[in-house]
Write a protein that binds this ligand. Structure first.
Ligand SMILES: NC(=O)c1ccc[n+]([C@@H]2O[C@H](COP(=O)([O-])OP(=O)(O)OC[C@H]3O[C@@H](n4cnc5c(N)ncnc54)[C@H](OP(=O)(O)O)[C@@H]3O)[C@@H](O)[C@H]2O)c1
Length: 296
């Protein structure tokens, strides 16, 4: 039995689909019964076990992990992430879980200004010292993040950042899920850490050019000063301040630490990573004028 914490999330849901299609017994965890049930109904599968649990409630996490041999752990970012994920790992060890696949983030230097990267480093440490076999996946930015730029692209033909023309790694969440499925279905007791990227880096101005061609109208990238971006994300994007800080920190980091692709997806899956062009083409409608983002 594989427990998926984050079964409604971008990677966890793709993993859930892969494992269910392969007939692997899965326990899917969410705090939102209706959302998860709807996703399972959409999939027309009934064999998966649904479990309503919240990382803030250790007893519910114990129920989520009882009898599981493996755990996939992808919790959305929140300021209590270290405490919550560390507690989940401790409960997993107590419940006899044999293997944890954890979604982490790229490891930057010790003095990294990226607070979330530091959180992940602390959680990785708790996992490595837990005694459970681990696979740590360190993906760079998800291609799916680009959908968050869509509201201003659809209404103003522009998007904003503070990343300048620094090359960035992007990876499709479905490639991360494919790797998680691979390591969980062929599980051997080996501790591993993988850094995951697509096959090429792209700058934000290059993405603007790609969108202009795809959408047949000019799309512009506006580079803002970090503080101006932070204010815009909070005031217009309704982001909590810690998340706006994270976006600014991660984009600033990309301007000082050069990003290069890895060949990990190709090595583990024996195929090329999904491409950014294919992703943008698939989600073209979300960037088109008139697209109703409130309906998503
Ligand atoms: N976005 C990126 O580019 C990127 C890059 C590298 C690493 N990462 C890492 O990837 C991880 C996933 O992030 P994401 O934003 O992509 O997540 P996401 O897809 O939004 O999914 C988050 C999942 O966390 C679950 N969750 C949140 N709080 C929970 C709680 N208290 N108890 C139980 N489940 C809870 C949600 O389940 P319910 O809401 O259904 O309960 C949801 O399924 C993060 O740790 C992030 O640092 C992200």
């Amino acid at each position: 039995m594989i427990t998926i914490i984050g079964a409604t999330g971008m990677i966890g849901n793709a993993l859930l689909r892969r494992l269910m299609e392969g007939g692997v017994p899965v326990r899917a965890i969410s705090r939102e019964p209706d959302q998860l049930r709807q996703q399972i109904v959409d999939l027309a599968f009934s064999s998966v076990e649904l479990c309503i649990a919240d990382a803030n409630d250790p007893e519910s996490m114990r129920r989520a992990l009882a009898g599981a041999s493996q755990l996939f752990l992808a919790l959305s970012n929140n300021p209590r992430q270290v405490e919550l994920e560390t507690s989940i790992i401790q409960i997993a060890a107590q419940e006899g879980v044999k293997h944890v696949v954890k979604i982490s983030s790229p490891a930057y230097e010790e003095r990294s200004p990226v607070a979330v990267a530091k959180w992940h480093a602390d959680i990785e440490q708790a996992l490595v010292t837990s005694g459970i076999t681990y696979t740590i996946l360190r993906p760079y930015a998800f291609m799916q993040n680009l959908l968050r730029l869509a509201p201003t692209i659809t209404t103003q033909d522009m998007f904003f950042g503070c990343i300048g023309d620094s090359p960035c790694n992007f990876i499709d969440c479905r490639d991360i899920a494919d790797i998680a499925a691979e390591v969980m279905t062929r599980f051997k007791s080996v501790n591993s850490i993988y850094t995951l990227t697509g096959s090429e880096t792209f700058t934000y101005p290059q993405i603007a050019d790609k969108l202009s061609i795809l959408l047949n109208r000019p799309i512009e990238f506006f580079n803002l000063k970090p503080e101006a971006l932070r204010t815009d994300l909070i005031e217009h994007g309704q982001m909590p301040s810690w998340l706006a800080d994270h976006v600014v920190e991660i984009q600033t980091m990309s301007t000082v630490v050069s990003e290069k692709p890895t060949d990990t997806v190709r090595r583990l899956l024996g195929r090329e990573p999904r491409s950014l062009d294919a992703f943008l083409e698939e989600y073209r409608d979300a960037f088109n004028r008139g697209y109703n983002h409130a309906m998503k």
